[in-house]
Design a protein around this ligand. Sequence first.
Ligand code: FCB
Length: 450
Amino acid sequence: MTVDYRGDARTGRRKSGLVWGVSTSNFQIEGGARTDGRGEGIWDTYARQQGRISSGDNGDVACDHYHRYAEDVALMRELGVDAYRFSLSWPRLLPRGRGAANEAGLAFYDRLIDALLAAEIEPWICLYHWDLPQALGDLGGWTNRDSAGWFADFTALVARRYGDRVRRFATFNEPNVFTLFGYGFGWHAPGIEDRTALHKAIHHVNLSHGAAVDVLRQTISEVSIGAIHNRQPCHPAGPGREDDEATQIFAQYWNDAFPYPQQFGSYPPALAEAIDPFQKPGDMARIARPIDWFGLNHYAPHYIKADSSKVIGSTFGAPPPEVPRTSMGWPIVPGAFRDTLIDIHSRFRLPIYVLENGTAAEDRLDSAGHVEDAGRIAYLEAYTSAMREAIVAGADVRGYFVWSLLDNFEWTAGYSQRFGIVYVDYATLKRVPKASARWYANLIAEDCRS
Ligand code: FCB
Protein backbone atom coordinates (compact mmCIF):
# COMPACT_ATOMS: atom_id res chain seq x y z
CA MET A 1 0.00 0.00 0.00
CA THR A 2 1.47 3.37 -0.95
CA VAL A 3 0.58 6.76 0.45
CA ASP A 4 0.11 9.72 -1.84
CA TYR A 5 3.10 11.77 -0.72
CA ARG A 6 2.26 14.70 -2.93
CA GLY A 7 -1.14 15.69 -1.62
CA ASP A 8 -3.46 14.85 1.20
CA ALA A 9 -4.30 11.19 0.81
CA ARG A 10 -7.93 10.89 -0.29
CA THR A 11 -8.73 14.61 -0.18
CA GLY A 12 -9.10 14.47 -3.94
CA ARG A 13 -12.37 12.72 -3.13
CA ARG A 14 -13.78 15.61 -1.13
CA LYS A 15 -15.81 18.40 -2.67
CA SER A 16 -14.65 20.68 0.12
CA GLY A 17 -11.00 19.71 -0.33
CA LEU A 18 -10.85 19.11 3.44
CA VAL A 19 -9.27 16.18 5.25
CA TRP A 20 -11.78 14.71 7.72
CA GLY A 21 -10.28 12.86 10.64
CA VAL A 22 -10.42 11.79 14.25
CA SER A 23 -7.82 12.30 17.00
CA THR A 24 -6.66 10.43 20.09
CA SER A 25 -3.55 10.35 22.27
CA ASN A 26 -1.56 7.38 23.47
CA PHE A 27 -1.85 7.71 27.24
CA GLN A 28 -5.57 8.39 27.05
CA ILE A 29 -6.49 5.22 25.12
CA GLU A 30 -3.72 2.62 24.97
CA GLY A 31 -3.59 0.96 28.37
CA GLY A 32 -1.14 -1.94 28.25
CA ALA A 33 0.81 0.01 30.82
CA ARG A 34 2.97 -2.90 31.92
CA THR A 35 2.84 -4.87 28.70
CA ASP A 36 5.72 -5.71 26.34
CA GLY A 37 8.34 -3.71 28.20
CA ARG A 38 6.70 -0.27 28.36
CA GLY A 39 8.45 2.02 30.86
CA GLU A 40 6.81 4.36 33.33
CA GLY A 41 5.71 7.84 32.33
CA ILE A 42 5.09 10.96 34.40
CA TRP A 43 1.33 10.49 34.11
CA ASP A 44 1.60 6.98 35.66
CA THR A 45 3.37 8.57 38.60
CA TYR A 46 0.99 11.49 38.84
CA ALA A 47 -2.08 9.23 38.72
CA ARG A 48 -0.73 7.24 41.68
CA GLN A 49 -0.57 10.37 43.85
CA GLN A 50 -3.51 10.66 46.22
CA GLY A 51 -6.22 13.05 45.10
CA ARG A 52 -4.75 14.04 41.74
CA ILE A 53 -7.23 12.26 39.44
CA SER A 54 -10.99 12.02 39.78
CA SER A 55 -11.97 8.68 41.41
CA GLY A 56 -8.28 7.71 41.58
CA ASP A 57 -8.43 6.64 37.91
CA ASN A 58 -5.26 5.80 35.94
CA GLY A 59 -4.14 4.83 32.45
CA ASP A 60 -3.32 1.18 33.17
CA VAL A 61 -6.10 -0.23 30.99
CA ALA A 62 -7.78 2.87 29.50
CA CYS A 63 -9.56 1.70 26.30
CA ASP A 64 -7.09 -1.17 25.89
CA HIS A 65 -6.37 0.18 22.42
CA TYR A 66 -2.97 -1.49 22.66
CA HIS A 67 -4.71 -4.83 22.19
CA ARG A 68 -7.84 -3.63 20.34
CA TYR A 69 -6.29 -1.30 17.76
CA ALA A 70 -7.52 -3.44 14.84
CA GLU A 71 -11.13 -3.06 16.02
CA ASP A 72 -10.58 0.68 16.38
CA VAL A 73 -9.18 0.99 12.87
CA ALA A 74 -12.22 -0.92 11.59
CA LEU A 75 -14.46 1.61 13.39
CA MET A 76 -12.61 4.44 11.65
CA ARG A 77 -13.03 2.74 8.32
CA GLU A 78 -16.77 2.55 8.92
CA LEU A 79 -16.80 6.26 9.69
CA GLY A 80 -15.06 6.86 6.36
CA VAL A 81 -12.43 9.21 7.81
CA ASP A 82 -9.49 10.25 5.64
CA ALA A 83 -6.98 10.50 8.45
CA TYR A 84 -6.22 9.46 12.02
CA ARG A 85 -4.11 11.56 14.35
CA PHE A 86 -2.55 9.67 17.24
CA SER A 87 0.51 10.06 19.42
CA LEU A 88 3.37 7.76 20.32
CA SER A 89 4.17 6.58 23.80
CA TRP A 90 7.74 7.65 24.44
CA PRO A 91 7.95 5.33 27.51
CA ARG A 92 6.82 2.42 25.32
CA LEU A 93 9.49 3.08 22.68
CA LEU A 94 12.30 4.12 25.03
CA PRO A 95 11.43 2.74 28.47
CA ARG A 96 14.24 4.74 30.14
CA GLY A 97 13.58 7.77 27.94
CA ARG A 98 16.84 7.35 26.03
CA GLY A 99 19.27 4.57 25.24
CA ALA A 100 17.95 1.15 24.37
CA ALA A 101 14.76 1.06 22.28
CA ASN A 102 12.00 -1.43 22.99
CA GLU A 103 11.38 -3.49 19.86
CA ALA A 104 7.97 -4.73 21.03
CA GLY A 105 6.81 -1.14 21.45
CA LEU A 106 8.12 -0.14 18.03
CA ALA A 107 6.35 -3.14 16.51
CA PHE A 108 3.01 -2.05 17.98
CA TYR A 109 3.01 1.18 15.97
CA ASP A 110 4.14 -0.76 12.88
CA ARG A 111 0.98 -2.84 13.22
CA LEU A 112 -1.19 0.22 13.79
CA ILE A 113 0.27 2.15 10.84
CA ASP A 114 -0.02 -0.83 8.52
CA ALA A 115 -3.64 -1.42 9.54
CA LEU A 116 -4.43 2.26 8.87
CA LEU A 117 -2.80 2.21 5.45
CA ALA A 118 -4.63 -0.99 4.55
CA ALA A 119 -7.88 0.80 5.50
CA GLU A 120 -6.86 3.81 3.37
CA ILE A 121 -6.63 6.06 6.41
CA GLU A 122 -3.63 8.38 6.50
CA PRO A 123 -1.65 8.19 9.78
CA TRP A 124 -0.78 11.55 11.37
CA ILE A 125 1.76 11.14 14.15
CA CYS A 126 2.07 13.53 17.06
CA LEU A 127 5.42 12.94 18.73
CA TYR A 128 4.54 14.19 22.18
CA HIS A 129 1.18 14.25 23.93
CA TRP A 130 2.27 14.89 27.53
CA ASP A 131 3.61 11.43 28.35
CA LEU A 132 7.25 12.00 29.30
CA PRO A 133 9.23 8.94 30.47
CA GLN A 134 9.59 9.06 34.25
CA ALA A 135 13.35 8.43 33.96
CA LEU A 136 13.61 11.81 32.19
CA GLY A 137 11.20 13.37 34.66
CA ASP A 138 13.67 12.30 37.35
CA LEU A 139 16.32 14.41 35.60
CA GLY A 140 14.08 17.49 35.72
CA GLY A 141 11.98 16.75 32.65
CA TRP A 142 11.47 19.81 30.45
CA THR A 143 13.24 22.06 32.96
CA ASN A 144 16.48 20.34 31.93
CA ARG A 145 18.07 21.92 28.85
CA ASP A 146 19.26 18.45 27.78
CA SER A 147 15.61 17.70 26.96
CA ALA A 148 16.16 19.11 23.46
CA GLY A 149 18.75 16.39 22.82
CA TRP A 150 16.56 13.66 24.34
CA PHE A 151 13.66 14.74 22.16
CA ALA A 152 15.81 14.92 19.02
CA ASP A 153 17.04 11.35 19.63
CA PHE A 154 13.50 10.10 20.23
CA THR A 155 12.39 11.83 17.02
CA ALA A 156 15.26 10.24 15.07
CA LEU A 157 14.22 6.78 16.26
CA VAL A 158 10.63 7.44 15.19
CA ALA A 159 11.53 9.02 11.85
CA ARG A 160 13.84 6.17 10.88
CA ARG A 161 11.30 3.54 11.81
CA TYR A 162 8.06 4.99 10.44
CA GLY A 163 9.20 7.61 7.90
CA ASP A 164 8.84 5.10 5.07
CA ARG A 165 5.07 5.02 5.66
CA VAL A 166 4.16 8.22 7.48
CA ARG A 167 4.50 11.70 6.06
CA ARG A 168 2.57 13.84 8.53
CA PHE A 169 4.27 14.69 11.81
CA ALA A 170 3.44 17.13 14.58
CA THR A 171 6.10 17.87 17.16
CA PHE A 172 4.12 18.76 20.32
CA ASN A 173 0.49 18.73 21.36
CA GLU A 174 -0.49 21.87 23.25
CA PRO A 175 2.88 22.86 24.71
CA ASN A 176 1.12 25.78 26.42
CA VAL A 177 -1.12 23.42 28.41
CA PHE A 178 1.47 20.91 29.59
CA THR A 179 4.01 23.57 30.56
CA LEU A 180 1.56 25.91 32.27
CA PHE A 181 -0.50 23.20 33.98
CA GLY A 182 2.46 20.87 34.65
CA TYR A 183 5.11 23.36 35.84
CA GLY A 184 3.18 26.60 36.57
CA PHE A 185 -0.15 25.66 38.16
CA GLY A 186 0.66 22.14 39.38
CA TRP A 187 -2.58 20.78 37.94
CA HIS A 188 -1.04 18.24 35.56
CA ALA A 189 2.00 15.94 35.69
CA PRO A 190 4.59 16.47 37.06
CA GLY A 191 2.56 18.69 39.43
CA ILE A 192 5.04 21.55 39.88
CA GLU A 193 4.03 25.12 40.74
CA ASP A 194 7.11 27.25 40.17
CA ARG A 195 7.76 30.33 38.08
CA THR A 196 11.35 29.46 37.19
CA ALA A 197 10.46 25.88 36.25
CA LEU A 198 7.65 27.18 34.03
CA HIS A 199 9.90 29.51 32.05
CA LYS A 200 12.67 26.96 31.70
CA ALA A 201 10.15 24.39 30.45
CA ILE A 202 8.69 26.82 27.91
CA HIS A 203 12.09 27.58 26.46
CA HIS A 204 13.31 23.99 26.39
CA VAL A 205 10.14 22.74 24.74
CA ASN A 206 10.58 25.40 22.07
CA LEU A 207 14.18 24.26 21.55
CA SER A 208 13.00 20.66 21.38
CA HIS A 209 10.43 21.58 18.75
CA GLY A 210 13.11 23.15 16.55
CA ALA A 211 15.45 20.19 17.03
CA ALA A 212 12.71 17.73 16.05
CA VAL A 213 11.80 19.72 12.94
CA ASP A 214 15.43 19.47 11.80
CA VAL A 215 15.62 15.73 12.46
CA LEU A 216 12.36 15.07 10.59
CA ARG A 217 13.49 17.12 7.57
CA GLN A 218 16.88 15.39 7.47
CA THR A 219 15.40 11.91 7.76
CA ILE A 220 12.17 11.86 5.74
CA SER A 221 11.88 13.16 2.21
CA GLU A 222 8.66 15.11 1.51
CA VAL A 223 7.77 15.17 5.19
CA SER A 224 4.98 17.55 6.20
CA ILE A 225 5.55 19.05 9.65
CA GLY A 226 3.43 21.10 12.02
CA ALA A 227 2.96 21.85 15.69
CA ILE A 228 -0.36 21.62 17.51
CA HIS A 229 -1.44 24.65 19.50
CA ASN A 230 -4.40 25.20 21.75
CA ARG A 231 -5.56 28.71 20.90
CA GLN A 232 -8.61 30.39 22.39
CA PRO A 233 -9.80 33.99 22.78
CA CYS A 234 -9.20 35.25 26.35
CA HIS A 235 -11.66 37.64 28.00
CA PRO A 236 -11.53 39.29 31.43
CA ALA A 237 -13.88 37.51 33.84
CA GLY A 238 -14.78 40.73 35.66
CA PRO A 239 -15.19 44.40 34.75
CA GLY A 240 -12.18 45.84 36.66
CA ARG A 241 -8.77 46.94 35.38
CA GLU A 242 -7.04 44.11 37.30
CA ASP A 243 -8.75 41.35 35.35
CA ASP A 244 -8.17 43.25 32.16
CA GLU A 245 -4.41 43.48 32.70
CA ALA A 246 -4.20 39.89 33.94
CA THR A 247 -6.00 38.73 30.80
CA GLN A 248 -3.56 40.50 28.50
CA ILE A 249 -0.66 38.71 30.18
CA PHE A 250 -2.43 35.36 30.37
CA ALA A 251 -3.30 35.51 26.65
CA GLN A 252 0.38 35.86 25.73
CA TYR A 253 1.28 32.79 27.77
CA TRP A 254 -1.67 30.82 26.45
CA ASN A 255 -1.72 31.75 22.79
CA ASP A 256 1.70 33.07 21.86
CA ALA A 257 4.45 31.51 24.05
CA PHE A 258 5.07 28.78 21.45
CA PRO A 259 3.78 29.90 18.03
CA TYR A 260 5.57 33.28 18.26
CA PRO A 261 9.12 32.06 18.82
CA GLN A 262 8.49 29.13 16.47
CA GLN A 263 7.21 31.33 13.64
CA PHE A 264 8.67 34.76 14.26
CA GLY A 265 11.78 34.08 16.36
CA SER A 266 10.86 36.11 19.44
CA TYR A 267 9.01 35.70 22.72
CA PRO A 268 5.90 37.79 23.39
CA PRO A 269 6.69 40.79 25.66
CA ALA A 270 4.99 39.36 28.79
CA LEU A 271 7.42 36.40 28.87
CA ALA A 272 10.58 37.79 27.33
CA GLU A 273 12.31 38.93 30.50
CA ALA A 274 11.54 35.80 32.47
CA ILE A 275 12.84 33.55 29.68
CA ASP A 276 15.99 35.58 29.12
CA PRO A 277 18.23 33.93 31.76
CA PHE A 278 17.73 30.56 30.03
CA GLN A 279 18.50 31.72 26.50
CA LYS A 280 21.86 31.08 24.87
CA PRO A 281 23.20 32.68 21.70
CA GLY A 282 21.67 31.05 18.64
CA ASP A 283 18.64 29.62 20.45
CA MET A 284 16.08 31.61 18.49
CA ALA A 285 17.47 30.42 15.18
CA ARG A 286 17.24 26.85 16.49
CA ILE A 287 13.60 27.32 17.48
CA ALA A 288 12.25 29.19 14.44
CA ARG A 289 12.57 26.40 11.88
CA PRO A 290 10.20 26.56 8.90
CA ILE A 291 7.16 24.32 9.24
CA ASP A 292 4.39 23.40 6.82
CA TRP A 293 1.14 23.90 8.71
CA PHE A 294 -0.48 25.20 11.88
CA GLY A 295 -2.31 22.58 13.95
CA LEU A 296 -5.15 24.02 16.00
CA ASN A 297 -6.96 22.52 18.97
CA HIS A 298 -9.93 24.68 19.86
CA TYR A 299 -12.67 24.22 22.44
CA ALA A 300 -13.86 27.42 24.11
CA PRO A 301 -12.94 30.99 25.02
CA HIS A 302 -11.32 31.60 28.41
CA TYR A 303 -12.52 34.04 31.08
CA ILE A 304 -9.53 35.16 33.13
CA LYS A 305 -9.25 36.75 36.56
CA ALA A 306 -6.31 38.32 38.38
CA ASP A 307 -4.87 36.10 41.14
CA SER A 308 -1.59 37.17 42.72
CA SER A 309 -1.08 33.74 44.29
CA LYS A 310 -0.54 32.20 40.84
CA VAL A 311 2.84 32.15 39.11
CA ILE A 312 1.65 34.32 36.22
CA GLY A 313 -0.69 36.48 38.35
CA SER A 314 -3.90 35.09 36.90
CA THR A 315 -6.09 32.04 36.65
CA PHE A 316 -9.38 30.88 35.16
CA GLY A 317 -12.53 32.74 36.20
CA ALA A 318 -16.17 31.95 35.55
CA PRO A 319 -17.77 32.49 32.15
CA PRO A 320 -20.79 34.81 32.08
CA PRO A 321 -23.84 32.90 33.36
CA GLU A 322 -25.77 33.25 30.09
CA VAL A 323 -23.14 31.34 28.07
CA PRO A 324 -24.14 27.65 27.57
CA ARG A 325 -21.60 25.10 28.78
CA THR A 326 -20.61 21.48 28.24
CA SER A 327 -20.37 18.87 31.00
CA MET A 328 -16.71 19.95 31.44
CA GLY A 329 -18.05 23.44 32.17
CA TRP A 330 -16.48 24.70 28.94
CA PRO A 331 -18.42 27.51 27.21
CA ILE A 332 -20.07 26.74 23.86
CA VAL A 333 -19.25 29.66 21.56
CA PRO A 334 -18.89 28.59 17.90
CA GLY A 335 -18.23 32.20 16.82
CA ALA A 336 -15.01 32.14 18.87
CA PHE A 337 -13.85 29.19 16.74
CA ARG A 338 -14.57 31.09 13.53
CA ASP A 339 -12.73 34.16 14.83
CA THR A 340 -9.75 32.08 16.01
CA LEU A 341 -9.36 30.49 12.58
CA ILE A 342 -9.48 33.87 10.85
CA ASP A 343 -7.02 35.30 13.36
CA ILE A 344 -4.53 32.42 12.90
CA HIS A 345 -4.73 32.84 9.14
CA SER A 346 -4.01 36.55 9.30
CA ARG A 347 -1.10 36.17 11.75
CA PHE A 348 0.69 33.03 10.61
CA ARG A 349 -0.16 32.58 6.91
CA LEU A 350 0.14 28.80 7.14
CA PRO A 351 -2.38 26.15 6.09
CA ILE A 352 -4.48 25.30 9.15
CA TYR A 353 -5.53 21.84 10.28
CA VAL A 354 -8.03 21.69 13.12
CA LEU A 355 -6.63 18.70 14.99
CA GLU A 356 -9.00 18.74 17.95
CA ASN A 357 -12.53 19.98 18.43
CA GLY A 358 -15.39 18.29 20.21
CA THR A 359 -17.27 18.12 23.48
CA ALA A 360 -17.74 16.05 26.58
CA ALA A 361 -21.29 15.02 27.40
CA GLU A 362 -23.09 12.85 29.92
CA ASP A 363 -23.54 9.95 27.54
CA ARG A 364 -25.38 6.81 28.58
CA LEU A 365 -26.32 3.56 26.89
CA ASP A 366 -30.12 3.47 26.58
CA SER A 367 -32.24 0.33 27.01
CA ALA A 368 -31.84 -0.42 23.30
CA GLY A 369 -28.06 -0.26 23.70
CA HIS A 370 -27.73 3.05 21.81
CA VAL A 371 -26.18 6.36 22.80
CA GLU A 372 -28.28 9.28 21.55
CA ASP A 373 -25.90 12.20 22.01
CA ALA A 374 -27.95 14.97 20.44
CA GLY A 375 -26.01 17.63 22.36
CA ARG A 376 -22.72 16.54 20.79
CA ILE A 377 -24.28 16.54 17.31
CA ALA A 378 -25.55 20.09 17.88
CA TYR A 379 -22.08 21.14 19.06
CA LEU A 380 -20.31 19.58 16.09
CA GLU A 381 -22.86 21.01 13.65
CA ALA A 382 -22.39 24.50 15.08
CA TYR A 383 -18.59 24.26 15.14
CA THR A 384 -18.19 22.80 11.64
CA SER A 385 -20.53 25.55 10.35
CA ALA A 386 -18.36 28.15 12.08
CA MET A 387 -15.33 26.62 10.37
CA ARG A 388 -17.05 26.91 6.99
CA GLU A 389 -17.74 30.57 7.74
CA ALA A 390 -14.04 31.08 8.45
CA ILE A 391 -13.16 29.40 5.15
CA VAL A 392 -15.58 31.68 3.29
CA ALA A 393 -13.91 34.62 5.05
CA GLY A 394 -10.55 33.48 3.62
CA ALA A 395 -8.98 31.29 6.32
CA ASP A 396 -6.87 28.55 4.72
CA VAL A 397 -8.34 25.60 6.62
CA ARG A 398 -7.35 22.22 5.16
CA GLY A 399 -8.76 19.70 7.59
CA TYR A 400 -10.87 18.96 10.65
CA PHE A 401 -10.35 16.17 13.21
CA VAL A 402 -12.90 15.39 15.93
CA TRP A 403 -11.69 14.92 19.49
CA SER A 404 -12.15 12.11 20.00
CA LEU A 405 -12.68 8.75 18.34
CA LEU A 406 -13.24 7.04 21.69
CA ASP A 407 -14.29 7.98 25.20
CA ASN A 408 -11.01 8.00 27.10
CA PHE A 409 -8.91 9.02 30.10
CA GLU A 410 -9.55 12.75 30.32
CA TRP A 411 -6.47 13.62 32.41
CA THR A 412 -7.44 14.83 35.89
CA ALA A 413 -11.11 14.12 35.18
CA GLY A 414 -10.22 10.43 34.69
CA TYR A 415 -12.99 8.50 32.97
CA SER A 416 -15.75 10.80 34.23
CA GLN A 417 -15.86 12.94 31.05
CA ARG A 418 -16.77 11.30 27.76
CA PHE A 419 -15.47 13.02 24.60
CA GLY A 420 -15.81 10.12 22.14
CA ILE A 421 -18.09 9.75 19.14
CA VAL A 422 -17.73 6.07 20.04
CA TYR A 423 -18.86 5.05 23.53
CA VAL A 424 -16.58 2.83 25.58
CA ASP A 425 -18.15 0.60 28.22
CA TYR A 426 -15.24 0.57 30.66
CA ALA A 427 -16.46 -2.63 32.37
CA THR A 428 -16.35 -4.71 29.17
CA LEU A 429 -14.31 -2.38 26.90
CA LYS A 430 -17.04 -2.79 24.30
CA ARG A 431 -17.19 0.03 21.74
CA VAL A 432 -20.61 1.43 20.72
CA PRO A 433 -20.70 4.13 18.02
CA LYS A 434 -22.86 6.99 19.26
CA ALA A 435 -25.45 8.85 17.16
CA SER A 436 -22.73 11.48 16.59
CA ALA A 437 -20.57 8.82 14.88
CA ARG A 438 -23.39 8.26 12.37
CA TRP A 439 -23.76 12.03 11.99
CA TYR A 440 -20.02 12.41 11.28
CA ALA A 441 -20.00 9.48 8.82
CA ASN A 442 -22.88 11.16 6.92
CA LEU A 443 -21.13 14.52 6.86
CA ILE A 444 -18.05 12.86 5.37
CA ALA A 445 -20.04 10.76 2.89
CA GLU A 446 -21.94 13.84 1.67
CA ASP A 447 -18.63 15.56 1.00
CA CYS A 448 -17.75 12.89 -1.54
CA ARG A 449 -16.95 14.03 -5.07
CA SER A 450 -18.31 11.03 -6.97
C1 FCB B 1 -7.03 18.88 24.92
C2 FCB B 1 -6.04 17.73 24.96
C3 FCB B 1 -6.66 16.38 24.75
C4 FCB B 1 -8.00 16.26 25.43
C5 FCB B 1 -8.89 17.42 25.07
C6 FCB B 1 -10.28 17.35 25.65
O1 FCB B 1 -6.52 19.95 25.65
O2 FCB B 1 -5.05 17.90 23.96
O3 FCB B 1 -5.76 15.41 25.19
O4 FCB B 1 -7.84 16.13 26.78
O5 FCB B 1 -8.27 18.62 25.46
